[in-house]
Design a binder for this molecule. Structure first.
Ligand SMILES: Nc1ncnc2c1ncn2[C@@H]1O[C@H](COP(=O)(O)OP(=O)(O)OP(=O)(O)O)[C@@H](O)[C@H]1O
Ligand SMILES: [Mg+2]
Length: 503
């Protein structure tokens, strides 16, 4: 036994000396040759294949989507199996951190009965920069090892499976974003983004949206058909996009519905402010930069576009006494000259999107549907027109559930009757019904609403009477003018007039 130990000891010592000699005294280029041939020999003898997935790839060292998808996939799978995990802040994700395999950790996975090994590695490359604080670049990569007889299965089935899973998990975990376009003068260099974003956290849901149940269900059905319609759109040769026009008086829930749609579809929202876009070319650039699975919104389309082709620039409220910055003034001057035309917008919607992969929804909102150019809302551009109108009883019940947490109350029938007789927007109903203090219970809130509805009804009746009187007066004036005209004619023809009024 003793002799065996001494044999092992001397062998180990020999290996260590040989390694030191190799490392210290053999020139680098010979060493690299030896390493290359050693790898070749191992590759020749070993039945295993290894694939490397680096974090950065391509000429410009772009962050690899492949790497991110694998990272997400492994984070889901490895967090149960790996012993050494790493917690990192998760950008653009719902959870505050992401658990992934730590460096130099390995896990095994069985896929269709085949054993595979995933490894997480890191290599350090020292940068040759002249700095007081020497930095080193970290290059992370994953390796996938498997037996060479499973090569086809891995490349044709397993890797696509990992990517698909990784991407869908990332989509599920990501945070929604609300983008707004930067004013064109601030676009700056090529690297500056045309869109700025914040996290989109609007609480609106279809369940809390007050409108008729059937209309709501129809919209949900329409959205679902669109979402699952990739094959269908491919088959009919149409770009995977859908246009909605939301119209109705202010406060009827158009913006709320857009938020509900975004939450339901899990799409980002691009709020496109046309008045900040210089011309059609910039509009095109902005639209190209939108990503798949997004809703592009143009609110109050009638105010942003003059339908004769010119753009209306929103008047900015100038603070009194404010001295104008010359640069700002020049920008504004420029703004006045800039224009996005209706045809430019239509061309963008029809043309560019057809070339952009992925699904997109475009929504226009307006308070005055009758003002819109038929070209803008024709079918194919605006596939669905949704009217959001004054509060009906069904919508009121949703609001009562949202704001007061009640399904029924004795006063509901009074509200129902009044809602049939008067027009009130859901925004006003909600405002009138909302508890304003802790003492406000359901009954108090409903009574407040009834009071407001009665007032609104009275006001509407008075307005109706006023309008009727005005109309009658106008008709009287018209009739009088006609009588005068007739009398004038008679004087001309007969040379005298008969004054019927005086005795
Ligand atoms: N149908 C609705 N369901 C639930 N809440 C609503 C509804 N309509 C309005 N509201 C409430 O009223 C507020 C204003 O509604 P919203 O901004 O969606 O109206 P809008 O139609 O976009 O108005 P505008 O035409 O002025 O832009 C919302 O914050 C929401 O709380
Ligand atoms: Mg709105």
């Amino acid at each position: 036994m003793g002799s065996e130990w001494s044999l092992i000891g001397s062998f180990t010592a020999t290996v260590m000396i040989a390694y030191t000699v190799f490392d210290k005294f053999i020139p680098t280029h010979i060493r690299s040759y030896v390493q290359i041939y050693a790898h070749k020999l191992i590759g020749f003898l070993s039945p295993y294949i290894q694939i490397t997935f680096p974090e950065f790839s391509g000429e410009r060292l772009k962050h690899s989507e492949l790497f991110t998808a694998i990272q997400t996939y492994l984070a889901q799978n490895s967090s149960q199996r790996a012993r050494k995990l790493k917690a990192e802040p998760a950008a653009e994700s719902n959870s505050p951190f992401l658990l992934s395999m730590d460096d130099n950790e390995e896990i095994t996975e069985i896929f269709n009965g085949v054993k595979l090994w995933w490894g997480s590695h890191k290599s350090m490359i020292k940068t040759q920069s002249f700095s007081f604080y020497p930095t080193s670049d970290e290059k992370r990569f994953y390796t996938l090892t498997f037996h060479k007889r499973h090569r086809d299965l891995v490349s044709n089935t397993y890797i696509p499976h990992v990517l698909e899973q990784g991407k869908s998990l990332k989509l599920k975990n990501r945070q929604l974003k609300l983008f707004t376009n930067n004013s064109y003068t601030g676009w700056g260099g090529y690297r500056k983004s045309r869109w700025s974003h914040v996290v989109f956290e609007h609480p609106a849901r279809f369940e809390t949206l007050a409108m008729e149940k059937t209309a709501k269900e129809e919209i949900i059905e329409d959205l679902l058909t669109f979402k699952n319609g990739k094959e269908y759109y491919d088959k009919i040769g149409k770009a995977w996009k859908r246009g909605y026009l939301l119209y109705g008086p202010p406060g009827t829930g158009k913006s709320t519905m857009i938020a509900a749609m975004a939450n339901f579809m899990y799409y980002d929202v691009y709020d496109l402010e046309l008045t900040a876009v210089k011309d059609n070319t910039q509009l095109r650039t902005l639209l190209i930069e939108t990503t798949s699975k997004s809703i592009i919104v143009i609110e109050d389309i009638d105010c942003s576009l003059d339908l004769t082709g010119k753009r209306v620039v929103k008047k900015e409220k100038e603070k009194s006494g404010e001295v104008k910055d010359p640069v700002k003034k020049a920008e504004e001057e420029d703004n006045k000259e800039s224009k996005v035309t209706l045809s430019g917008l239509l061309n963008c919607i029809d043309g560019i999107w057809s070339g952009c992969a992925g699904e997109r929804i475009i929504i226009f909102t307006t308070n005055y549907v009758e003002k819109l150019d038929p070209a803008l809302i024709r079918s194919g551009r605006m596939d669905k027109k949704i009217e959001l109108s004054y509060c009906c009883y069904e919508a009121f019940k949703v609001l009562a559930k949202n704001y007061l947490d009640v399904d029924y109350h004795g006063l509901f029938s009074v509200v129902e009757g009044l809602l049939k007789e008067t027009k009130m927007t859901p925004a006003d109903v909600a405002e009138n019904m909302m508890p304003k203090s802790k003492r406000d219970d359901v009954e108090t809130c409903l009574k407040k609403l009834i009071e407001s509805l009665k007032k609104a009804k009275k006001k509407a009746e008075e307005e109706e009477i006023r309008l009727k009187e005005e109309k009658e007066k106008e008709q009287e004036k018209l009739a009088e003018a006609k009588r005068d005209e007739k009398a004038g004619k008679e004087v001309k023809e007969n040379g005298f007039s008969i004054d019927m009024g005086k005795g």
